[in-house]
Design a protein around this ligand. Structure first.
Ligand SMILES: [Zn+2]
Length: 437
């Protein structure tokens, strides 16, 4: 089952199922369409006014819906009280472990961000066990802060979804293979669950790019674009593909690994061990290699283990600091760096053209470090996209950068958790309170 998809209206027969379905219909409508009246929801859902009033009453009692503002006149008839999604006490936690950082982002049920923290972290040096412990520590800090959240009700942890750059067996809650983290068969969700003791709140794991694509589709600059592809811009390059409004996953949920399209079989070695994958040509390490060809020891580039370099970027900085160092040199007109960025941009466009030929998306959205270097990467990439796409004008595909930056995957994790509550709000009754820090 597709866990990251926006749910369709479910079917069910038992009384509980019907009630659950109806509650979901109301919540999902308010979540996707915004504030609305009981009468309008009733007519859109094909339910009676009295049924909607009863459902809304339940949801108000749960704190998931609230009446808002003075009554508004809608067409003919008496003014209607508007309803909106509430759930300010519902904490949906998105987390991420990536090669060089950890992140936690918490929203309420309506997607309002209530907490965000990202921290530079060397996940390769520390290995999976320590990395998961460190991520749990970051989550604990968030929960400690949010335990004091004053929203009229005691905060409830709805769940946690962790984003990982690799192949994820979602039903087993296991990272099957994450080459850049050097993880294989890591039960990250179960381990986080043990460490955080979240009680019945579900902890799940998903591919970072898939979650980021859902975040783009739901809250990004291209929200609502039904055919889009999100490309991560980290050490690894992953893809999240939304087709006709639904994430593409494939038979085992391993779809979207666009970073391992092999564009140059005699090219540089990829983190997966093959040569010439797209990731080896445009990932963050490819950028740093191209911009600082001597490596951190010789030319002072911002390497992972090097000391402060020629450009003033200490090791252990998050990826945006490394990209910012490249941007500073580009802005200063450093010829080598400008040549490197033009080369990366061309490869970005060549890969994007392949994707445009296969999927005919409306938008290919570049995330991560690309957002900081768009001025130099997008122009050559757009030219290569047009050149490489069979369809005129790249089939209507726009190549652009994400407005969500490095937060996209964690944001997608929080959306995934909130979606689970919207699908079955009664589950909240048994959810845990944030443990005291
Ligand atoms: Zn590869």
């Amino acid at each position: 089952m597709d866990e990251t998809a926006a749910s369709v209206i479910p079917t069910g027969t038992g009384h509980r199922e019907i009630r659950r379905n109806n509650l979901e219909v109301v919540l999902r409508h308010l979540s996707l369409a915004g504030p609305d009246s009981r009468a309008s929801i009733a007519s859109r859902a094909g339910l009676t006014r009295s049924t909607i009033s009863r459902l809304v009453g339940e949801l108000i009692d749960l704190g998931l819906v609230r009446e808002t503002g003075p009554p508004q006149v809608q067409g003919i008839g008496r003014p209607a009280t508007m309803l909106e999604l509430d759930g300010r006490h519902v904490l949906a936690i998105g987390a991420e472990v990536n090669v060089d950082y950890l992140a936690v982002l918490v929203t309420d049920l309506a997607g309002r961000k209530v907490y965000e923290q990202r921290r530079a972290y060397d996940a390769i040096a520390d290995g999976p066990g320590h990395s998961i412990t460190a991520l749990a520590g970051l989550c604990r800090e968030a929960l400690g802060t949010l335990a004091g959240l004053r929203v009229g009700r005691q905060p409830i942890v709805a769940g946690l979804t962790v984003a990982v750059p690799g192949l994820v067996d979602a039903p087993a809650r296991v990272v099957t293979l994450a080459p850049n983290l050097r993880w294989s068969g890591v039960p990250v969700a179960d381990r986080l669950r043990e460490l955080l003791q979240l009680g019945p709140a579900p902890v799940s794991v998903a591919n970072d790019a898939s979650l980021a694509a859902v975040a783009e589709y739901r809250v990004g600059g291209h929200a609502g674009t039904p055919d889009l592809i999100y490309i991560t811009g980290e050490v690894g390059i992953g893809g999240g593909i939304i087709v006709a409004g639904r994430p593409l996953r494939g038979v085992r949920g391993f779809g979207g690994e666009v970073g391992h399209m092999r564009l140059d079989p005699s090219g540089p070695v990829c983190g997966c061990g093959r040569r010439g994958c797209w990731e080896a040509l445009i990932g963050l390490h490819a950028l740093l290699r191209a911009a600082f060809p001597g490596g951190p020891g010789q030319h002072g580039g911002p390497g992972r283990h090097g000391g402060p370099g020629r450009h003033g970027v200490p090791a252990g900085e998050p990826p945006e600091a490394k990209a910012a160092a490249v941007a500073r040199l580009a802005r200063a007109g450093d010829a080598d760096v400008l040549t490197a960025l033009a080369g990366i941009g061309r490869w970005v466009g060549i890969g994007a053209a392949n994707l445009a030929n296969v999927f005919n998306p409306r938008a290919i959205i570049l995330g991560g470090y690309f957002t900081l270097l768009a001025d130099w990467i997008l122009p050559p990439a757009a030219r290569a996209l047009i050149e490489g796409a069979l369809a005129p004008d790249a089939g209507g595909c726009t190549l652009t950068t994400s407005s969500l930056g490095f937060s996209a995957a964690a944001r997608g994790g929080a959306i995934h958790v909130a979606d689970q509550i919207i699908s079955d709000p009664a589950m909240l009754d048994s959810r845990s309170r944030p443990p005291a820090s």
